[in-house]
Structures are given as structure tokens and as C-alpha cells.
Design a protein around this ligand. Structure first.
Ligand code: DCB
Length: 515
């Protein structure tokens, strides 16, 4: 059985590779120039082939060697639904946690072996969702070549031993019936390719929406065609079905569920827009025994933009963790919007660091990782935009250092009496610890970097960092009173004598514990 799967996978790789050689230049995965990420010319970035994967007739891409030890999918095998709970092959309740791509034809280039491995090993991510748009210019209906990107990412997930959701991302098409025939074609192909792998999860209609789109009149009839098409090739892997009103009306599905095994129902929320009323709907559906999968959630607004809503998101995460609900964060993207996990400048072929992540990206990482420890913001100033990092600063005197950064290409540079200040709520957090690297360039003894924090009314001093002309990296603990403060901010001020003296700051982050 395993042998057979392996042969199939190898063949597929050879096929994808030879096609990719022809298609790559125009496949829509080329990143904007300002990004470090390179297009997936090698497809599989780690060229360490397993012995079996290198037969004589080469130019086959190397299959990345997984680190020793069984992967998450090795350990859990085929998933199924029991009652309302997702369980593993042994029948134990299981919770999948991960992230979703953004529109995959445009942002799929970010989804590399290195990125997925980094999230698997450092974040404990065990599922990745591929959001393949349907009606969009880059979507499957007009751009069926997007299939290349989808299969490339599915193969990476299989190699890394994580689960993968293939999402038919309807949105402005409102009703899934509009492109039902395309969907049947697409899912027949995907299930024929991957139906034998335990990794694959099908999500057949992201977010049905619009007043005229109903469960009974549109989604059920659609599911009644797409699910049997998948089941022809794949008798038992999980299928997620979207629910009305952007996958919020799980109550309606609970009153009238589908008659198939191993089907789950999508529930989506955005913490800045959705709260208790939706949690009540959720609990109603669970009380009816409906299996629910949160295949999309955001810590921002339902527009995909806006700030990170820490308190509201924390409440949702607790709610889902208590109920062993699986969840997938929106979105693994560099787009300049609140939902994006990644900063605009990221090297997609190096391990992910916290300074590569936005505030929302950090929230998502530490929710998935399920540690008490978390990071509220982190910055290496590599995007060279203080606004992107939500910094407040003295406009004229706080700039960038390009000559002597501590790490990377840039550091922040604060002139005499200037400041750099970062607001972030500390309401659901405690044990705050500020990490930073600093140097006082062209200064002299007596010059200091003042650190203080805002309690909603006034600034409270913490410490004066002494003169140091070389880089010094350190942690500064903030007092307990800095925890639980809605209007909190932390501020660094250059208290230096010389007009030409610069305080340099790099690799700064605020670590905390979840309350
Ligand atoms: C969903 C969609 C997803 C959308 C996010 C945030 O839409 F599944 O595609 O993503 O939630 O709105 C945003 C992205 C953009 C993307 C764009 C499509 O962040 O980068 O390319 O939309 O134009 C929802 C979810 C909920 C609601 C509305 C939408 N709601 N919506 O509750 O009203 O209109 O897209």
C-alpha cells in the first residue's frame, strides 16, 4: 500500500515538474520585485533526495527528506467524524490548526517548503488551506492553470506530513451552483490524484453569500452533486461544506444536515466584526450534533483589514480550544491589509522569524502554537515603513539606519530628544518583557535611552539604558501594572546631548504570557 502511494507520488512529481518547466514563466506566481521571495523555479526548495526518489532517469525534483521521526499525519492517519467531533484513525479526538493561503494564484509563491516546514516545526501547524478562487480573473474558471499551484502545494504538505485543505473559494459568485460543473470537474480531478492520501481535505464552497442563496435551494443541491463526484475516487476523507451568510449559518445546516459520512460544516468569523451572537449560533449547531470546522478566521475585521482585535480574538480561541474545534487563520499573505500574517518583505526561502510577522500574524502563530507565551509585536525595521509596524515617532528626527544595522538591512534611528513608540493593548496579557538591541552612535557617557510605558493617563518610567557605542541586546521586564492596560504603549526616547548623536534600535519585540 505504502509502496503504491509512493510510486504514485513520484510519478506526479515528474509530471508536475516537466509541466512546470514549460508553464512557470507565465503562471501568475511571479512575486512583486520588492520581495525577497523567489518564484518556485525549483518547486521543491530542499534538494536532499531520499535514496528511493532518485532513479537513473533524473531531472526529477528531489523529495525533501523529512526530519527523523513520524510526522503528524503518520501519527494520526485517516481522519473521520464521530458525532460532532473530528477524530484520528485510532478514534481519538483531534484538533487541526493552521493557516490559509490568500488567493493562491497570486500569493501561492509564498508557500514554499521552507515556509511550511518552519510553521510545522516552530508553530506546531498541522494543516494548510489552499484558497483557490473560482470566479476571479485568476480563479479556476478563467485560469485553470492555477491547478499547477494547487498540486505543488498539496505535494509539499504530503511531503511534510501535514493535512491540506483544497478550498473552492467562491465569494462574489454568491451561490456555488453558478460554477457547479467546474467544481465537479475540479474535485473529480483532485480526488483522483490524491484520494488515496490521508492528508487531503476537500472544502467544496468557501462562503456562500447573498440574500438569495439558501441552504436548501442552493448549497444542498450543489453538495448533492459534488460530494458523490468526490466519493467516486475517495470514499472517506473529510469534506467541508460552506454554510449560508459567508459560512456563518451553521444553525440552518444543523436543522437540515447532509446525509453523508465524514462531512463537516464550515463556520467562519472575524473577531473584529463577530462576537457572542455567532458563538450562540455555533453552540446551537453543536448541541444538534453538527460537526463544525472553522476553515477561516481572522483577528481583524470581516473586510480582511483593520487592526488586530486581541481581546475578542482571545475569546474566540478559548471558545474553540474548549470545544476541540479545528481552525485555520486567514491569511498567509503579504498583501497590505490587517489579515496578512506576513510583513511585506519576507524571504520565503529562509525560516520564518517573528520579525517577519505582522501583529495579526504573531497572534495567529501563538494561537496555533498553543503556548502560554506569546509575542504582541516584533520588528526588525526591514520593511522600512514605521507605519506598517504601527509605530508612532518624532517625524523629523526618527528615521532609518542603513549603514550599521544590527541585523538585516535596516534599523531604526532616533535623533536627540526624538522618540519611537508602539501602542498595543495588553488587556489579555501579563508578564510583559521588551526585547531589543540598541546602540548610541556618536554619543558619549551620560547619554541614555529612556524606556517608559503609557498607562492610559501618563508615561511611567522603566529604565534608562546606559551609553553603549556598540550594539547591545537585552530584555527589559515591565512591571505587573503594565499588564491588562487597554491604552498601553511602550516608548523609547533618545536622551542624548549631541545634536548628531543617534540612538539605533533593532530586533525589538514585546513578549508576554496569555492570561
Ligand atoms: C471572506 C473571504 C475572503 C476574504 C475574507 C475577509 O470574506 F472568504 O476571501 O478575504 O473573508 O473579508 C478578503 C481578503 C482579500 C481578498 C478579498 C476578496 O482579505 O485579500 O482578496 O477579500 O476580494 C468575507 C467574510 C465575511 C463577510 C464578508 C466577506 N461578512 N467578504 O461577514 O460580511 O465580503 O469578502
Amino acid at each position: 500500500m505504502k509502496q503504491c502511494l509512493f510510486a504514485k507520488k513520484t510519478l506526479l512529481w515528474a509530471l508536475i515538474f516537466s509541466m512546470a518547466l514549460i508553464i512557470l514563466p507565465g503562471c501568475g506566481e511571479t512575486p512583486p520585485e520588492f520581495l525577497f521571495a523567489t518564484p518556485p523555479s525549483g518547486i521543491s526548495p530542499t534538494p536532499s533526495a531520499t535514496p528511493e526518489a532518485t532513479p537513473e532517469a533524473t531531472p526529477e525534483p528531489a523529495t525533501p527528506t523529512p526530519d527523523s521521526g513520524p510526522t503528524f499525519v503518520d501519527l494520526n492517519g485517516k481522519l473521520r467524524v464521530e458525532g460532532s467531533q473530528l477524530v484520528n484513525e485510532a478514534g481519538q479526538p483531534i484538533q487541526l490548526k493552521g493557516v490559509s493561503s490568500s488567493e493562491v494564484a497570486s500569493f501561492g509563491y509564498l508557500v514554499t517548503y521552507e515556509m511550511l516546514k518552519s510553521m510545522r516545526d516552530d508553530w506546531n501547524l498541522n494543516v494548510f488551506r489552499i484558497a483557490m478562487y473560482t470566479e476571479d480573473a485568476t480563479g479556476y474558471v478563467r485560469n485553470p492553470g492555477v491547478m499547477e499551484t494547487v498540486t505543488r502545494i498539496v505535494d509539499l504538505c504530503i511531503d511534510l506530513g501535514i493535512y491540506v485543505i483544497v478550498d473552492w473559494h467562491i465569494l462574489y459568485d454568491n451561490t456555488p451552483l453558478k460554477y457547479k460543473d467546474h467544481a465537479v470537474e475540479f474535485f473529480s480531478e483532485i480526488s483522483a490524484l490524491y484520494g488515496d492520501y490521508p492528508n487531503i481535505i476537500y472544502e467544496i464552497c468557501n462562503e456562500p453569500n447573498g440574500r438569495d442563496t439558501t441552504w436548501e435551494g442552493h448549497i444542498k443541491p450543489y453538495a448533492d452533486e459534488v460530494i458523490p463526484a468526490i466519493r467516486k475516487n475517495d470514499p472517506d476523507n473529510i469534506i467541508i461544506v460552506g454554510t449560508p451568510t459567508w459560512s456563518q449559518d451553521v444553525d440552518i445546516a444543523a436543522d437540515d444536515p447532509l446525509p453523508y459520512d465524514n462531512v463537516m460544516y464550515a463556520f467562519h468569523f472575524y473577531a473584529g466584526s463577530h462576537g457572542q451572537a455567532l458563538r450562540d449560533k455555533f453552540d446551537y449547531a453543536l448541541s444538534k450534533g453538527l460537526p463544525i470546522f472553522v476553515s477561516e478566521w481572522g483577528s481583524c475585521l470581516n473586510t480582511g483589514d483593520g487592526p488586530t482585535f486581541h481581546e475578542e480574538s482571545m475569546e474566540w480561541i478559548k471558545f474553540m480550544d474548549e470545544r476541540m474545534i479545528s481552525y485555520v487563520n486567514w491569511a498567509f499573505s503579504v498583501k497590505l491589509e490587517g489579515a496578512s500574517i506576513l510583513r511585506q518583505k519576507v524571504n520565503a526561502n529562509a525560516p520564518l522569524r517573528d520579525i517577519d510577522l505582522t501583529e495579526g500574524g504573531l497572534f495567529a502563530k501563538y494561537a496555533i502554537k498553543s503556548t502560554k507565551e506569546t509575542v504582541l509585536f516584533a520588528d526588525g525595521f526591514e520593511t522600512k515603513t514605521f507605519n506598517h509596524g504601527k509605530w508612532k515617532r518624532t517625524n523629523n528626527s526618527t528615521t532609518y539606519e542603513t549603514e550599521k544595522p544590527y541585523k538585516g538591512d535596516y534599523a531604526a534611528s532616533i535623533g536627540k530628544d526624538g522618540f519611537l513608540e508602539r501602542p498595543v493593548t495588553t488587556v489579555p496579557y501579563e508578564n510583559l518583557k521588551l526585547h531589543l538591541a540598541y546602540a548610541i552612535d556618536g554619543g558619549k557617557p551620560g547619554d541614555v535611552v529612556k524606556i517608559d510605558w503609557f498607562n492610559g493617563t501618563e508615561y511611567v518610567p522603566v529604565v534608562d539604558l546606559p551609553f553603549a557605542d556598540g550594539w547591545t541586546e537585552l530584555d527589559v521586564e515591565l512591571p505587573d501594572s503594565a499588564s491588562g492596560v487597554r491604552e498601553f504603549s511602550v516608548r523609547l526616547t533618545a536622551a542624548v546631548a549631541g545634536e548628531g548623536t543617534r540612538v539605533l534600535i533593532d530586533e525589538i519585540w514585546l513578549a508576554a504570557e496569555k492570561r
